[in-house]
Design a protein around this ligand. Sequence first.
Ligand code: SF4
Length: 284
Amino acid sequence: MRVLEAKILGFCGGVRRAIALAHGAISDISGRVYADGELVHNGRVMDDLRSSGLKLLTAGDFEKIAEHDCVITRAHGTPKWRREMLRGIFKNVIDGTCPHVAGVCKIVAKAASDGKCILIIGNENHPEVVALRDAANGGICKVLCSADDVQSLERDIPAVLVVAQSTICERFFVEMSAKITAIFTDAEVRNTICTSSRARQNTLLELKKGGAEAIVIVGGKHSNNSATLVAVAEECALPVFLVECAHQLPLPQLETFQTVGVASGASTDRAAVDEVIAALKALR
Ligand code: SF4
């Protein structure tokens, strides 16, 4: 089989940073190292970190935190109330927030303090969106995930700032922004999709142009950016298969193609991608 590899594969910068912070803490800190939730949305990566000594923080742990224990917050961002709660329990709180997400939180906080209404295009329950809403600090902030959500907005809201969850589909963001600016003509639109997510989406188009008849996305089942890549591949009218590792490849189906493109989510380790590529190349 001919395998076309996406230009960008493996971890994005924000995920790489959070994992490096965790490994650094595990080797340097004498106490226990906790993660405040899944640092990244990848079961295999989290299993690897757990086997290296990282512990997932639960409410049951709060009573037994010792002086030298530390906690790392997740790459997706953490609401202020949660960070303050952690600082009340741990002497050492390591900020694992992706710098890009931290930057968007600052944009939201400034706009909210200026009295603007924040419209976030994204998934309401995603941890990053929870952190962005929190950054609005009680100001007007709405999450929009469909054209109906735009139509149901009240028309008398004050000045509007539009931002994106960093991993959503860019075409969807552009369409939603156009619907918003058709209603709120003075709205300020900030395309806050991160560079890594945008590049991963664009690379699918390149794979199609290169002759890919199907796409394999290597990514976590709960990863938003992997789900976005699946949606973008479907929009390219290509069959798409989401797998976390080579064992999940539906080989009988894939054998029917001569050329397959391989892309990966931002929280997928390069080793998993290489295993998938090797398994595909072994097909006749
Ligand atoms: S996908 Fe983008 S926003 Fe999310 S952690 Fe990676 S670089 Fe940061």
